[in-house]
Design a protein around this ligand. Structure first.
Ligand SMILES: Nc1ncnc2c1ncn2[C@@H]1O[C@H](COP(=O)(O)OP(=O)(O)O)[C@@H](O)[C@H]1O
Ligand SMILES: [Mg+2]
Length: 289
């Protein structure tokens, strides 16, 4: 079975770029290694730097299917792994009539009554699969334990059905905004990649690739202002997504240069807190009308 993933870091960079994801050297290298070593990749960094998009781009670039487990507080095994379809089981029991209980029991704990959730789905797929475990820092520690089991053996035991082993290992990408420390055990199992805001040159390229209508010079001005905003101590720093939105906005307004007036008029696209807005106006010494 040939590897569906990348041949080298350079190949990863090229293939990701071809689907619109501009990776720096560290990202391309670690992504290549995740495929080559079949190790889960833990991507950490602030919001909006391209962590989730990386997993999606890997799937696009390689033609693999994407299975996503969105983490949140209170996520449990039944939502992450599998659960039994109780309603359907109940109906079957009611319809069973005089059937012996043993028989009914075997019936209702069969494939037909199983609801597979992302982790089990990813393990059972026989096509190349990217498993995205998104925002893993939002879950409780118990879910980490569950992930650990799945990620170490790539198998899941369902008491009533037996052990399901992965036919082929998915490429696993876990993302975290680092709102809390993940367990050492998880970290040990994963390759680690920290993604930060890109440098101005790369961010300009990202903006240009997503908003081809924007002038290169304007895109350059815009990412410089965004970089300055990130240097302020804001509640929510603008992410790449905001830079892209800003470019779209300027194109829609037909803005030619990003002068003070233009910035002041459109700052709401980039900063989403009133206090950040005020701070930026003050620090950038914008004239507001
Ligand atoms: N390296 C990149 N190349 C192209 N687009 C990117 C890149 N990084 C981020 N983006 C853009 O920024 C947006 C936000 O990225 P996302 O992956 O959702 O951030 P997060 O790190 O919060 O998961 C994406 O929709 C994508 O358009
Ligand atoms: Mg994300």
């Amino acid at each position: 079975m040939t590897s569906p993933w990348f041949e080298s870091p350079a190949d990863a960079e090229k293939q990701l770029a071809a689907v619109g994801y501009l990776a720096d050297t560290a990202t391309a290298t670690t992504t290549y290694l995740a495929g080559a070593l079949e190790k889960p990749l833990l991507v950490e960094g602030p919001a909006g730097v391209g962590k989730t998009e990386l997993a999606k781009a890997v799937a696009r670039a390689t033609g693999a299917g994407l299975v996503r487990l969105q983490c949140y507080e209170g996520l449990d095994e039944a939502r992450a792994l599998y659960e039994w379809n109780y309603k359907k089981q109940l109906l079957r029991i009611q319809a069973a009539g005089d059937q012996a209980w043993d028989e009914t029991h075997d019936d209702i704990f069969s494939e037909e009554f199983l609801l597979t959730r992302p982790l089990l789905t990813a393990i059972r797929r026989d096509e190349p699969t990217v498993l995205l475990v998104d925002e893993v820092d939002k879950t409780d520690v118990e879910v980490e334990g569950l992930l650990l089991e799945v990620l170490s053996d790539f198998q899941v035991t369902i008491p009533e059905l037996g052990t399901v082993e992965a036919v082929r290992r998915p490429l696993v990408v876990l993302t975290s905004n680092a709102t809390r420390e993940l367990s050492e055990a998880i970290k040990r199992r994963c390759l680690f990649l920290h993604i930060d805001y890109p440098d101005s040159e790369r961010e300009r390229e990202i903006v240009l690739s997503q908003v081809p209508e924007v002038e290169e010079r304007l895109a350059g001005e815009l990412v410089e202002v965004v970089a300055r905003l990130r240097g302020l101590d804001l509640r929510k720093s603008p992410s790449i997504a905001e830079s892209v939105d800003w470019a779209r906005t300027l194109v829609a307004l037909g803005t030619g240069t990003l002068d003070e007036d233009a910035i002041a008029a459109t700052l709401g696209v980039v900063l989403k807190h009133h206090s950040d807005h005020e701070r930026a106006v003050e620090e950038l010494r914008l004239r507001t009308r």
